[in-house]
Each structure stands twice: as structure tokens, then as C-alpha cells.
Design a protein around this ligand. Structure first.
Ligand SMILES: [Zn+2]
Length: 473
């Protein structure tokens, strides 16, 4: 499919006059929809509408059968797994139960990068028309190039639209995106900071141009567009929310806000829900399509069993109990073009032992702690995640970022609001000490704004501590 994020398309797009940019956005929307809303999408969506209410046993049974056929297929058709099984003197007949997933090695991103070709299933090697090429952004700039089957591509959107339906959102509703679409050249200071697809009623805003000066322009455009859904990076939607609260703007009242691609921080959720007077639904997934963990109307995060099989593992590789910090190791069983088995997505989570009162019987995740790299390590051996809690009651902090370059010191970058004073700083230090102890130094840095990644995302924690010093088994 056309990826207009590629640099030559991007430059071409930026040179177009505004009305042609909007036309290009419509073509993009039309092209995307024509890939999504096909037979397999409809079939999957219909199935999910029913299966979401299945009993835990029935879901587990379905998941187990899907997983076993997927594993068997991989050993038969994927050179990387066929060779691995041969080396271990195993055959496809050794895969009989869900537990046999353990016969497979863990798979990390570097291994995928170096074995990309051998991970492609033979039935899809020559059938390029049956394959969609995608790439992951990668926080360190080293993304992965992956192949998805057309069915997997449609299936993933069926899961997305099922999730949207939990907030009453339908595909033909008006949607505003703040998800890093490169619609505006980085150096431009004047509007428009968006491209509008008038045919499909979607507007794509730039995530990189939201500043104090441009906020009123963004808000005016949102008021004019009147989205029924706002979807995007929590850090971008949060800034818009701050602007709406500060300017007392009325008239932007979506049915819901859906966040994705970054860990949704507590203070961001609070501001977004207040600014837009609606609920935030957080979505956790990835381009690799190996997990789908979605927040329901009751605020619980459901691990969708029809989508994939997620293992929650402790440092020693053993299954984590509810309440324990765990690394997610994921096997999505939808993509038969390039199976990724026991894939280390690099995110940590804590399983819950509760069910959910919404009536859906999935496993529930209490929290997603974020990337393994988002964990701060202290000289006395603590591993601390979710440091956004430091800023929960700090009304005078607009945004913050934590940088760890060495184990002895933590830099805390802060964008102040007008009222910020010494008391705030003392409170912040006290809260940080409570969580991180006395073995680490703090260095506070006050800045006007926080740099976004080229993708438009904001990284809340930047850690340059080697991975082997972190919570990795
Ligand atoms: Zn629920």
C-alpha cells in the first residue's frame, strides 16, 4: 500500500496546495478503507461481536486451538522455525497442547531484523499481492520491516473497530487524529497544521506543531470540524486538552477519546477526560499485531484472547502471578505471512486477579508499565516504573520528562506553568525520594518545551542504561 510517510511522498505532499493536500488525504482514506473493509474484515468483526461475550472457558478453548494450528503451520512453512525444530530434534507432531509453546525460543527484535527473510512463510514468498508491507517506528530509529497477510491487516482493523464500538463509535463517524501523521513540514510556523479528508470525514493533525502559540489555531479547527472521535498519542491529545482548559473553549465534545502508541500517563488521562468531558479508552497494540489489550467502558484493560496469546513472565522466565511486574511475551496468531512466536515486545505489565463487571471474560491487566526502557534503575538496585505518578498532583507542571544517562543520576526535565514555585519543587523531590530512595541524585532542568521524536511521539522516560542492567531475563 502507499505509505505517504516515506520521505519522497512526504516532500511531494508538502509542496501541494492546500486543496490538493486535502484531496490526497481523501485518496489516502479511500485507499486505506478499500484495503480494510473487505470480506475478511466483515467475517472477523461479526465473529468478534459475538465472541466478546463468550465464557472464559470458551475463549480459552478457541485461543488454544488457534495457537496450536498457528504453531504447527509455522514449523511446516517458515524456514526459521523449521530449522530450529530440526536442530532440536523436534517435529510438528510434538506440538499438541498450548504448553508446547514453550518448545519455541523467545524472539527479540534484533533476531527478527537479522532473520527477516527466513521468518517469511513460504506460501507468501511469491504472492506479493497477498501481502501488506509495514514498518515499525522503533524508538531508537531502528524500525523493523514486516510483512502482514491481507487477512491479518483486515483482521486487525476488525479488532480496532470492535474496540471503538465499545464507545459507540462507528466507521463512518467524524474522526480527528493526533497520531504523528506528517502533514506539515517541521519548519513551518503558520497553519494549516492538518490535512482534512472531507469525503471520509477525517482530519489528520500534526503532533509536532502543538505549542502555546499554535494551540488556539488547533482548537478553532477542532471546533469547526466537531469530531465524534479523537484518537492519537496521549502526549498530543493532552496538550490540546491543556489548551482547551486554559482557554475555556467549548464546542469540542467527542463521544470518546482513544489513545495509543505511548503509555497513557495518569495526569494525561485526568486532563483529557476533563477537557473533552468524555471517557478515555486506552488501546495497546503494535504494528507486529502480537497483542491487543483494550480498555472497556468500566476502565479495565482486557487482554483479547481471540487476537493473540500473551505470556506474562518474570525475570527468571517463569509465569508471573497477578500483582507481579512481568514482561509481555506475545504470539499473535493472525499473521500467517510472517509468524512471530514468543515475541518480546519490550513492554511490561501487571496482571490482575479480578474479572470485569462489563460482562466480558478476558484476562485483565491492572497496568501497562510501558517499555522495558521506561524503567528507572537506582544504585541500590530498585527498578521503578510509572514515574508519571510523581506528577499526579503537580498542577503547576505542564509536562515532564525523565532522562537517565548514568545509574547514579536522574535528570528531571520540567515545563513549568506560571504558578510553579519552590514548594512544588520540594514536593516533587519528596515524592521522587519516596519512590526512588536516597541512593540516586536528582537534577532538575527547566525547559520551554520537550522535544518530540521524529514520529511525533513524546518519550516520558529516556534511559541510556544498558539493557542488561535492567529488568531483563
Ligand atoms: Zn470490562
Amino acid at each position: 500500500m502507499v505509505s505517504y510517510s516515506e520521505s519522497k511522498w512526504r516532500r511531494f505532499f508538502w509542496r501541494l496546495p492546500k486543496f490538493l493536500q486535502d484531496t490526497a488525504a481523501s485518496l489516502y482514506g479511500w485507499h486505506l478503507d478499500s484495503k480494510i473493509f473487505n470480506g475478511y474484515y466483515r467475517k472477523t468483526y461479526k465473529f468478534l461481536e459475538e465472541s466478546q461475550w463468550h465464557s472464559a472457558d470458551k475463549l480459552r478453548d478457541y485461543q488454544g486451538r488457534q495457537l496450536i494450528s498457528f504453531l504447527r503451520y509455522a514449523v511446516k512453512n517458515v524456514p526459521y522455525y523449521r530449522d530450529y525444530f530440526a536442530r532440536q530434534s523436534l517435529t510438528v507432531e510434538d506440538i499438541r497442547t498450548v504448553d508446547d509453546l514453550k518448545l519455541f525460543p523467545l524472539l527479540d527484535k534484533e533476531t527478527v531484523r537479522f532473520n527477516a527473510d527466513r521468518l517469511i512463510a513460504e506460501p507468501y514468498r511469491k504472492r506479493t499481492s497477498q501481502v501488506v508491507n509495514v514498518h515499525t517506528s522503533g524508538t531508537t530509529g531502528k524500525g523493523l520491516h514486516l510483512k502482514l497477510s491481507k487477512e491479518a491487516f483486515q483482521r486487525e482493523y476488525a479488532f480496532r473497530y470492535l474496540h471503538l464500538s465499545w464507545a459507540g463509535i462507528k466507521p463512518n463517524m467524524k474522526m480527528a487524529f493526533f497520531a504523528g501523521h506528517p502533514v506539515t513540514p517541521p519548519e513551518r510556523l503558520s497553519p494549516p497544521f492538518w490535512a482534512e479528508d472531507k469525503i471520509n470525514k477525517r482530519i489528520y493533525f500534526s503532533s509536532q506543531h502543538i505549542t502555546n502559540a499554535t494551540l488556539p489555531i488547533y482548537i478553532d479547527k477542532l471546533k469547526e470540524f466537531k469530531p465524534e472521535l479523537i484518537r492519537g498519542y496521549p502526549s498530543s491529545v493532552y496538550l490540546i486538552g491543556v489548551g482547551i482548559l486554559e482557554h475555556g473553549a467549548k464546542g469540542v465534545s467527542p463521544k470518546a477519546v482513544f489513545t495509543n502508541s505511548e503509555t497513557l500517563l495518569g495526569y494525561q488521562r485526568e486532563v483529557i477526560e476533563r477537557a473533552f468531558s468524555c471517557k478515555v479508552f486506552d488501546w495497546y497494540g503494535n504494528t507486529e499485531q502480537v497483542a491487543n489489550i483494550v480498555e472497556c467502558e468500566r476502565g479495565n484493560r482486557h487482554v483479547k484472547a481471540e487476537h493473540s496469546f500473551v505470556e506474562f513472565l518474570k525475570q527468571d522466565g517463569m509465569p508471573a502471578k497477578p500483582g507481579e511486574l512481568a514482561e509481555m511475551v506475545c504470539t499473535g496468531f493472525g499473521n500467517y505471512a510472517m509468524p512471530l512466536i514468543r515475541y518480546r515486545v519490550g513492554d511490561m505489565a501487571v496482571l490482575s486477579d479480578r474479572g470485569c463487571s462489563c460482562g466480558r471474560n478476558d484476562l485483565i491487566v491492572d497496568k501497562i508499565v510501558g517499555r522495558v526502557e521506561d524503567i528507572v534503575v537506582t544504585p541500590d538496585g530498585r527498578h521503578v516504573g510509572r514515574l508519571d505518578h510523581l506528577f499526579k498532583d503537580m498542577l503547576n507542571v505542564k509536562e515532564a520528562q525523565i532522562v537517565q544517562e548514568m545509574i547514579e543520576e536522574l535528570k528531571i526535565r520540567i515545563v513549568k506553568r506560571k504558578g510553579f514555585n519552590d514548594k512544588d519543587l520540594q514536593l516533587l523531590e519528596k515524592e521522587a525520594r519516596l519512590r526512588l530512595g536516597n541512593s540516586i541524585r536528582f537534577q532538575f532542568e527547566f525547559v520551554d518545551h520537550l522535544e518530540r521524536e521524529p514520529s511525533g511521539k513524546l518519550r516520558f522516560v529516556i534511559s541510556r542504561i544498558p539493557r542488561d542492567a535492567q529488568v531483563i531475563f
